[in-house]
Design a protein around this ligand. Structure first.
Ligand code: AG3
Length: 298
């Protein structure tokens, strides 16, 4: 995958996205996946898992702000949040900026990623590790949602792609498990990849979400290091439609929260749900297919 100076994303057959490593901090095979961490002049610290860019210190704010603030501000009064995956812990830090939050439980499968998060990603997660509301547990997120009887207002699946250890996090069984962990008014947000390149994976995941939840939608973000066009984030809820909240209500909540952002804004929050047509069409037909397979009956 690398000649120690250049590391490549190899997710799409026939395409390589390469980064020069000024300094290699880690390159190893963990029990779960291949991990590479290095410094790049443009993007700062870059983490690749199984040859796919996961996080860079330069552009992580886009993904983390949009994954956290969209469901939390739409919810209005979130208290308990569950994060599945999210090993770099940048998402937890963003969630904890909301003062209504009393607990963030994160279940990450790979202890090497969690350890590296502490040693090398303090810039994006130090506040989370210093926060008594945050609990990081090493374990299998799919098993957790199946076996736990705890409930949460918002569940965030900050996963890798549906290859390797993350594949289970895109199944109907997993989504049904998450549904059982949500409080009334609860919202699930998921990482659903690059629709332009991962067409099959996108359709399968949204069919599974469509079979499980009443309201299913997606919103899009543009992250420089996630190659291939927009990245889709999934919205699922039995009680809350994504556009049910007004810009005014979001403005009020956002001002009250006093959170500084660089990508998220209440206006962009709602705009992001107006996905480009090729994504909207793929979403509609996938959800429709899933509906036929049976609502809430995995
Ligand atoms: N995890 C999601 C990375 C998805 C990248 N996928 C892709 N480019 N196809 C990010 C972890 C950040 N906490």
């Amino acid at each position: 995958m690398a000649d120690e100076r250049w590391f490549s994303e190899t997710l799409t057959p026939g395409v390589r996205l390469s980064f020069e490593a000024r300094r290699v901090l880690r390159h190893e095979r963990t029990d779960n996946q291949e991990l590479a961490l290095f410094e790049n002049d443009v993007f700062g610290r870059v983490l690749l898992l199984d040859g796919v860019v996961q996080v860079t210190t330069a552009d992580e704010f886009i993904y983390h702000e949009m994954m956290a603030h969209v469901p939390l501000l739409a919810h209005g009064e979130p208290r308990d949040v569950l994060i599945i995956g999210g090993g770099d812990c940048g998402l937890a830090e963003e969630v904890l900026k909301h003062s209504s939050i009393r607990r963030v439980l994160q279940v990450e499968i790979d202890p090497s990623v969690a350890e590296l998060a502490r040693t090398h990603f303090g810039e994006i997660n130090a506040a989370a590790f210093a926060d008594p509301r945050f609990e990081l547990r090493i374990g299998d997120g799919a098993a957790f949602v199946r076996e736990s009887d705890e409930r949460f207002d918002v569940v965030l699946v900050d996963s890798t792609d549906p290859i390797g250890p993350g594949a289970v996090l895109f199944t109907r069984e997993f989504y049904a498990g998450v549904r059982g962990r949500l409080n009334p008014g609860g919202i699930l947000v998921t990482q659903n990849g690059i629709p332009f390149l991962q067409t099959r994976e996108f359709a399968d995941a949204f069919a599974n979400l469509g079979a499980t939840f009443r309201h299913v939608a997606c919103y899009v973000i543009s992250v420089p290091t996630y190659f291939g066009g927009h990245l889709a984030l999934g919205w699922s809820s039995d009680d809350v439609a994504p556009l049910a909240v007004s810009t005014e209500a979001l403005e009020t909540r956002f001002a009250a929260a006093g959170i500084q952002t660089r990508y998220y804004s209440p206006r962009h929050h709602l705009a992001a749900f107006a996905a480009p047509r090729y994504i909207e069409q793929a979403l509609e037909s996938a959800v429709e297919q899933g509906r036929k397979a049976g609502l809430g009956d995995p």
